[in-house]
Ligand binder design. Sequence first.
Ligand SMILES: *[C@@H]1O[C@H](CO)[C@@H](O)[C@H](O)[C@H]1NC(C)=O
Ligand SMILES: *[C@@H]1O[C@H](CO)[C@@H](O)[C@H](O)[C@H]1NC(C)=O
Ligand SMILES: *[C@@H]1O[C@H](CO)[C@@H](O)[C@H](O)[C@H]1NC(C)=O
Ligand SMILES: *[C@@H]1O[C@H](CO)[C@@H](O)[C@H](O)[C@H]1NC(C)=O
Ligand SMILES: *[C@@H]1O[C@H](CO)[C@@H](O)[C@H](O)[C@H]1NC(C)=O
Ligand SMILES: *[C@@H]1O[C@H](CO)[C@@H](O)[C@H](O)[C@H]1NC(C)=O
Ligand SMILES: *[C@@H]1O[C@H](CO)[C@@H](O)[C@H](O)[C@H]1NC(C)=O
Ligand SMILES: *[C@@H]1O[C@H](CO)[C@@H](O)[C@H](O)[C@H]1NC(C)=O
Length: 584
Amino acid sequence: MIGRIFFHLFIIFCLIQFAKTKLYPIEFRLPLLGFQPPPGTPWPKPRSINTTERLFSIDPNRLTFTTNLNEENCSVISQALERYKNIILIDPRYQPEPHHTVIENVHVFISNDTDCSYPSSNSSEGYSIWLPHPERLDQATISADSVWGALRALETLSQLIFANDDHQLLVNQTEIHDFPRYNYRGILLDSARHFLPKRVILANLDAMAMNKFNVFHWHIVDDQSFPFQSQKYPNISEKGAYSKRHVYTTDDIQEIIEYARMRGIRVIPELDTPGHTHAMARAFPDLLTPCYGDGIHPHIPRYPFFSESEVLNPMLNFTFKFMHDMFDEFRHTFKDNYIHLGMDEVSYDCWRSNPEIIRFMRSNGMTDFHHLEQFYIEQTLRMVRDVGYKYLMYQDPVDNGVELSDDSVVIVWKDKYLDSSMDFWQNYIHNVAKRGYKMILSACWYLNYISYPYPGNDWEKYYMCDPRNFSGTDDERDLVIGGEACMWGEFVDGTNLLSRLWPRASAVAERLWSDPEQTQDIDTARLRLDQHRCRMLRRSIPASPILNGYCGDYEWEMNDNIPRPNNGQNGLNGILQSLMRLFR
Ligand SMILES: *[C@@H]1O[C@H](CO)[C@@H](O)[C@H](O)[C@H]1NC(C)=O
Ligand SMILES: *[C@@H]1O[C@H](CO)[C@@H](O)[C@H](O)[C@H]1NC(C)=O
Ligand SMILES: *[C@@H]1O[C@H](CO)[C@@H](O)[C@H](O)[C@H]1NC(C)=O
Ligand SMILES: *[C@@H]1O[C@H](CO)[C@@H](O)[C@H](O)[C@H]1NC(C)=O
Ligand SMILES: *[C@@H]1O[C@H](CO)[C@@H](O)[C@H](O)[C@H]1NC(C)=O
Ligand SMILES: *[C@@H]1O[C@H](CO)[C@@H](O)[C@H](O)[C@H]1NC(C)=O
Ligand SMILES: *[C@@H]1O[C@H](CO)[C@@H](O)[C@H](O)[C@H]1NC(C)=O
Ligand SMILES: *[C@@H]1O[C@H](CO)[C@@H](O)[C@H](O)[C@H]1NC(C)=O
């Protein structure tokens, strides 16, 4: 009897708790574990954050931003101040809270590196926030080594500020000292399997900035289509893109790079060769090695091993002249000093079927197909260096026994989870580490794979994957310079990219930015991520839910009620409009 009363009291207690937290997780265990984060809890978690219970208020009519940088010389900072002011004051109903001290000014101090040109692999992104400034209670102060750190700080600040049920803007007294765990924190998008409208790419850059990602790895072309519009060889995309309109012009690419630069995000293009080149070769069929499916005639497929032609033809000087031109054009179009060379999934079977290849190898003293691959890679690296590029590539050549040069950065992407014939990523990464190459992990972050019964919850698996968690020496682990989440495009286009990627990629963001020691508790992370997801909705990123419930009294998830950011450009409306334009 007593037990039953306690049980009922317990249920009532739980219901009250859930009514307060606005979560209704009935098919999960009751109650949810973990701490419900107070409003204004930032994601990813800063290294060091000290908040008190003292509240300050923001007056939408009196908030100003200042900086020690001459704003005329640095549009990155002037635009960021404007942008974050709009984000913080996103809802016209916001008002000050009369009883608390008002923060009237945010001062951004850039202490050291005032270069505003482009973020790079060694940009410093650390920053501190004092809210309020110890000697000026009406000011919040940001200090950063570089403009890129200032951008990260403004993002954090915008997340600290929240509104109560009366639309009053509040922020707790806070001191933060923060810096990233890894310098390379990437998202891969694939615009070849499906074309991605420019507006979706821009909206994704907004979402990346919200999560402190700093590399957009643009898998721009592949077998299926070649949307890169080349100035030197315009007929590649005429033949290789899905249609005349499914292309990225030089202007489109400049706009995307500029939008990314404003958010401290590098754009690294991938020109994947010698495989994955079908669409590129539609205008230049000679570029591909003919496969001899019957052993006698060229251009005969033998599925599933190869199609009628598979990989670039390493016997032709024209292949290398052409690729030199392409690398040169990429170097001049994309501003980052890194390119991704692909180099994955080279079909030895096709080369093996071709008698001319066998003769070519024999006359050049090659006894194994990896010697031919080595030959292709050496030619490529020479050209890439010649045009002034540094480079990344997939792990495949290392698996095949090809020697790379010491400055190679290798992406470890294979894992048993993706294909049961593969090994575990921990073994691959250890193998690459033994060879001494710098590494980026993506193997456990293929976000294009989705799973039920926990559709929102495969983020937990991404969250628990740590790129240093493999058996190797500390020196070997130190070769990991970052990671990236991949959204391959077979089943993704502009209609579903953002909601499939977010907030699942946010789990990867925290793993790559935050201190792993402080981010082990998945139960608390779940509730923090739920808050962050609602924050993304508020900024018009259509992020998927991860728990039952709703986003609070503002009803951000109910389309009609979502006030738009007043830069007007991005957001759900912009995406829908651009999709409608595309399909009209
Ligand atoms: C946090 O801030 C409060 C108030 O400024 C201060 O008294 C306290 O020592 C700080 N705690 C840490 C761990 O820095
Ligand atoms: C902010 O202050 C309120 C009380 O004023 C407190 O309930 C809340 O936990 C604080 N938030 C943080 C992040 O410390
Ligand atoms: C910034 O611009 C001003 C003119 O607007 C110029 O006098 C000054 O030298 C510039 N400073 C830097 C660091 O480029
Ligand atoms: C200032 O920046 C330079 C490079 O721009 C860097 O070498 C130096 O370590 C930085 N100093 C501090 C104190 O961050
Ligand atoms: C970053 O690296 C570039 C060369 O890649 C160098 O010119 C620049 O000074 C470096 N910056 C810092 C802050 O170390
Ligand atoms: C593409 O243009 C090149 C010259 O730039 C030409 O040699 C080639 O035949 C053209 N290909 C097609 C399919 O028109
Ligand atoms: C390709 O170039 C090499 C070296 O430049 C030269 O020796 C060879 O004859 C060329 N082959 C053809 C088919 O032109
Ligand atoms: C490291 O990986 C192993 C599996 O390989 C897993 O059991 C363990 O929980 C992981 N540890 C951390 C700290 O992620």
